[in-house]
Write a protein of this length. Structure first.
Length: 350
């Protein structure tokens, strides 16, 4: 059995996990900074790095204790190399380097987006994934449609041209006066709203590309649902109109985002003769998105368990397993942070 310790600090969770053979979680510890960032209405990078520094030692220690293993039993250390906030990434990378240097164990720098993809290999009971599959990766920072032909083989079919899906949820949540993060709170509000109340734009729905755009939708919501408070210009000076139903706006906005995501994902799966559709990333926790894709495709739809949709160390360890099996590891001293690091077939080329 191969034990991999996975460390993730790319954004606002300090996380460490031990995964056996890329599929079985032995431990999965996540210290969330949501409460810290809620006061700013979004992730505050400087505060995030400081919180990672404070938490990382304890989180890694607890992941060992929870897994019931001694550090000597670990076969390799995996850490998120990017994309993400540079200060946050460096905390995890430097910690992982220290561990690798002291122990002589192999170190692997993992692409965070690939990590999200591999959260789909952590579903229990384990079920083999038969390639090719189409992956819709929707998080706070990314919206990517990928064709995966094998382990580590990613063709990027398209992605967002502006805001990521999760970012749109977060911004609209803030406009509507909902707590941070916007995604789960919009989903909750939407359950009590009428999704046909507003006809918000569905950008690029009918074009041939697999790209997305959510900034026009965000502006449409702002125009419909907010008034300038007259205090300051920009989003912070906006107030929710008193004569609208926040639940209706949330439901109509969510419907608009989901219908574009679902249609393009299903179209890509059909075009590329995928055997399955895989959903990953924070927004894949959204039940309405899961349902919409299930209803519009005959193919099996796979998504991570809820606690693995958002950032965690287990997905980083799972992704590392397949790289390790192919004999890949990183040079300890050359491993740097890559704040912008797309996921495609060139990702690990250098
Ligand atoms: O994957 P993730 O934890 O972090 C990034 O890598 O960005 O995703 C966080 C994002 C946030 O934008 C959050 O609002 C969104 O995922 N999210 C959701 C839901 N739960 C989290 N969006 C829609 N519906 C949800 N239930
Ligand atoms: Zn993420």
């Amino acid at each position: 059995m191969t034990y991999i310790l996975g460390i993730e600090t790319s954004c606002d969770e300090t996380a460490a996990a031990v995964v056996i053979d890329g599929t079985t979680i032995a431990s999965n510890i996540i210290a969330s900074q949501i409460d810290l960032h809620a006061q700013y209405g979004g992730v505050f990078p400087e505060a995030a790095s400081r919180a990672h520094v404070e938490a990382i030692g304890l989180v890694v220690e607890e992941s060992m204790r929870d897994a019931g293993i001694d550090f000597n039993r670990v076969d390799a250390i995996a850490v998120t190399r990017g994309p993400g906030l540079v200060g946050s990434l460096l905390v995890g990378i430097n910690y992982a380097k220290g561990l690798a240097l002291a122990s002589g164990k192999p170190l692997l720098g993992i692409n965070h987006l690939e990590g999200h993809v591999y959260s789909l290999w952590l579903t229990q009971p384990y079920r083999e994934v038969r390639f090719p599959v189409v992956v819709l990766l929707v998080s706070g920072g990314h919206t990517e449609l990928l064709l995966m032909r094998d382990h580590g083989d990613y063709e990027r079919l398209g992605g967002t041209l502006d805001d990521a899906a999760g970012e749109a949820f977060d911004k609209v949540g803030r406009m509507l006066g909902l707590p941070f993060p916007g995604g789960p709170n919009i989903e909750r509000a939407a359950m009590h709203g009428n999704s046909a109340a507003y006809d918000f734009p569905r950008a690029m729905l009918r074009d041939d590309s697999y790209d997305f755009s959510f900034s026009g939708l965000k502006t449409a919501v702002m125009r419909e649902a907010t008034v300038s408070s007259g205090l300051r210009r920009g989003e912070k000076g906006m107030q929710v109109r008193s004569d609208i139903s926040v639940n209706d706006v949330a439901a109509s906005f969510q419907r608009a985002v989901i219908s574009v995501l679902a249609e393009k994902t299903v179209r890509a799966a059909n075009e590329h003769k995928a055997t399955e559709i895989l959903l990953a990333g924070g927004v894949s926790a959204n039940q309405a998105l899961r349902l919409a894709i299930r209803q519009s495709s005959e193919l099996p739809v796979r998504y991570p368990p809820l606690n693995l949709c958002t950032d965690n160390g287990a997905m980083i360890a799972a992704a590392a397993y397949y790289r390790l099996q192919n004999g890949l590891k990183d040079d300890l001293f050359a491993l740097d942070a890559r704040p912008m690091w797309p996921l495609n077939n060139e990702t690990y080329m250098g």
